[in-house]
Design a protein around this ligand. Structure first.
Ligand SMILES: [Zn+2]
Length: 692
């Protein structure tokens, strides 16, 4: 599944990354007290909980009790705290750039100008809606469906990613993803994905629950308020029609679980096919608007959504489409007035995630710089914070984990030798990027002005889009990264058979050179194992060692794999974070497979690293106990209810507590904590899911 082949969506791109605000001082003081601890965080344990009843609470209960979610956050956890560290460092780099009087056109100057343009609140207020006006005027001037088709094409951006950072959401009618082709992994292909919704997922429009009905009603009020702020009249009626249109679009969309099924996604359409398979939109105009007239064919991820959405272009009145376009343009416009930013936050922040206040402005500015100049910042970040010796040590750990994985494959009794050989070939050709990419993106074509945040963001999206268009048809760079070094995350790129481990995740508490192996393997080792195993999850296993979509499994092996993974999906289906909502075992399957496989490989890697020597104890905990607790502490977090509900519906990762509790599938966890039948997480040996 595609799944976010990221290890976590705690941190998502850009604007969502943000601050601890006033609680920061408290958290930092706490960290300072712990700075001398190079091991598991014993003070975070709740020893009143039996590990076999709730391992997540056992590993994190005391921390959960004494931690409050800062008002500007929807959740807090290890990932958000490390993100805080990374953002602070990034902010320092940006400040230095701003002070350096860098020459015009240089990277440092662009960083400074982009940051300052976002911080220039007085200038932004003085301009008001002026930057948006030409865009709204252009929409108002659309005369017919032909011009509408062209405008919809003009709005296309490279803002979705089906398999790497896994993002199936764009508010534009469709989204472009440029990546190695399913059928020719040596060259970049154009993937088109469904879109058109402002809310995070189709379920927000279609689900029947009371909670979702309230969200929809709040959304309609929000749409009306945004239109009013932008100077429209009769906004309630317009908002109602916009909602009806988005509801109709949502009905054409695939569910997230279906989107993750790549075998339903490999549909090649020529330009002529769009006209015959999806009448309604004037496709030649759409492609002309998108600058794609010369692109002969596309991979259409959700053909029925293209057919359905195109039908709506024909059947829904032009006026409604123009209102929809105008409303989406207002939402997309960064750096408009404070009134618009506040209204946006009230809905997308507070209603959808529960966050009580906006991140401090500098935080949001850092987020913007990371989105549009991420590699420029990352180049400096890596130089400063990721020395060559850190890279060497992390690479050695990755090699150990790959070797552990290779041995596990060799030892699988159920797998045919031919399938094993191909699996090992995939491991042998895996490109593992550690810390930072070999080459950084060149921003010389991106124009940044110190007094124009609206234009900077608009041009930034267009710059990224044009860079991606330029790649179409050219040879694939398997060493290209899809995350910046300052991102606290890790990712598997199945079409490139590659992994990225950014510098920002290779630091304490995930990775601490002074901590014992038990802790490093339990924490970062399980993350590395998680990413390696995506190579062999439900989707990863569909690609061969060259990234080609090809079935290299024998039928019997595939049946065994599907049987084991179905049992894991059923295990997660039983988890209920709220009485009215269950984890979706299918939607989260690839991530759950990766967690089980990751911790299994990390455990082997840990014992290999010990080389038969006894592990040092920490506070009375033996090596295996430290290993599992370190893993459980990766997932220590607190979420607001709205954010947690959004995650269950839209995220390929299960909520954190169930990720920690997956230790119940690992045999070695039972003796480590004397887990007995009758305890809540206990599984009989036959019921434990072993995949790799
Ligand atoms: Zn993952």
């Amino acid at each position: 599944m595609n799944s976010n082949r990221k290890v976590s969506t705690f941190v998502v791109c850009g604007a969502a990354i943000l601050a601890l605000g006033s609680a920061l001082a408290m958290v930092r003081a706490e960290d300072a007290a712990k700075a001398e601890i190079h091991g598991i965080l014993v003070a975070n344990l709740d020893r009143s909980v039996k590990p076999g009843d709730d391992f997540y609470l056992y590993a994190n209960g005391d921390w959960i009790r004494r931690t409050e979610i800062p008002p500007d956050r929807a959740r807090i956890g290890v990932f958000t705290k490390l993100d805080e560290v990374s953002s602070r460092r990034t902010a320092d780099l940006i400040e230095e750039a701003a002070k350096s009087n860098a020459p015009a056109g240089s990277g440092a100057k662009k960083i400074a100008d982009l940051y300052n343009s976002y911080m220039d609140e007085a200038g932004i207020e003085a301009k008001g809606l002026e930057p948006l006006k030409p865009h709204l005027d252009a929409i108002a001037a659309i005369k017919d469906k032909r011009e509408l088709s062209y405008a919809l094409g003009q709005s296309l951006r490279a803002d979705v990613d089906a398999l790497n950072n896994t993002n199936f959401h764009t508010a534009n009618l469709f989204g472009l993803w440029v990546a190695p082709g399913f059928n020719d992994s040596d060259h970049y292909a154009a993937y088109l994905l469904e879109g058109g919704l402002e809310l995070p997922d189709r379920e927000y429009y279609l689900a029947d629950s009371e909670h979702m009905k309230k969200v929809r009603s709040a959304y309609e009020t929000h749409v009306s308020a945004m239109l009013k702020l932008a100077g429209f009249s009769d906004t309630d009626a317009r908002a109602k029609r916009i909602l009806e249109l988005e509801h109709a679009i949502a009905e054409k969309h695939r569910s997230l679980a279906e989107n993750e099924d790549i075998h339903k996604a490999n549909n090649t359409w020529s330009q002529a096919d769009f006209t015959s398979h999806a009448p309604g939109l004037e496709w030649a105009e759409f492609f002309r608007g998108a600058g794609l007239t010369n692109q002969a064919s596309f991979i259409v991820w959700q053909p029925e959504a293209f057919t359905g959405e195109s039908t709506l272009v024909a059947s829904v009145p032009l006026g409604t489409w123009k209102d929809w376009l105008a409303y989406h343009e207002i939402e997309a416009g960064a750096g408009l007035s404070k009134a618009i930013a506040d209204e946006r936050f009230a809905f997308f922040g507070t209603t959808l995630t529960g966050a009580q206040q906006q991140m401090p402005r500098w935080r949001r500015a850092v987020g913007i710089v990371n989105v549009f100049l991420g590699d420029e910042v990352g180049r400096i970040y890596a130089q400063r914070y990721f020395p060559p010796e850190a890279k060497l040590r992390a690479q050695a750990m990755v090699s150990n984990l790959i070797e552990a994985f290779r041995k596990r494959i060799d030892a699988l009794s159920w797998m045919d030798p031919a399938t094993k050989a191909e699996a090992k070939a995939k491991l042998a050709t895996l490109y593992v990027g550690v810390g930072y990419p070999e080459t950084f993106k060149d921003y010389s074509g991106y124009e940044v002005r110190a007094d124009d945040i609206f234009g900077n963001v608009w041009r930034g999206r267009m710059f990224d889009y044009k860079q991606d268009l330029a790649k179409l048809g050219s040879p694939v760079d398997r060493k290209a990264w899809s995350m910046t070094p300052q991102t606290v995350n890790a990712v598997n790129l199945p079409l490139q058979n590659a992994l990225n481990f950014p510098a920002a995740i290779l630091q304490p508490p995930f990775y601490d050179p002074q901590a014992p192996d038990a802790v490093n393997y339990g924490a970062i080792g399980s993350v590395i194992g998680h990413e390696i195993s995506h190579t062999f999850d439900t989707e990863g296993s569909a690609f061969d060692s060259k990234g080609r979509l090809r079935n290299w499994w024998t039928d019997a092996d595939l049946r065994h794999f599907e049987d084991a993974t179905a049992r894991l999906a059923a295990q997660y289906d039983t988890y209920k974070p709220f009485p009215d909502i269950s984890v979706n075992g299918k939607q989260t399957l690839a991530e759950n497979i990766a967690d089980v496989a990751g911790i299994s490989a990390a455990y082997d890697g840990y014992h290999a690293a010990l080389g038969g020597k006894a592990a040092p104890e920490q506070d009375g905990f033996n090596g295996d106990q430290q290993f599992f607790i370190a893993f459980g502490q990766n997932w220590g977090s607190k979420s607001r209810e709205a954010a947690q509900r959004q995650q269950v519906m839209t995220d390929p990762h299960a909520p954190a507590q169930y990720r920690a509790d997956t230790v119940r599938n690992i045999d070695a966890w039972y003796p480590a904590f004397h887990v007995q039948p009758g305890e809540k997480l206990y599984l009989a040996p036959a019921d434990r899911v072993r995949i790799w």
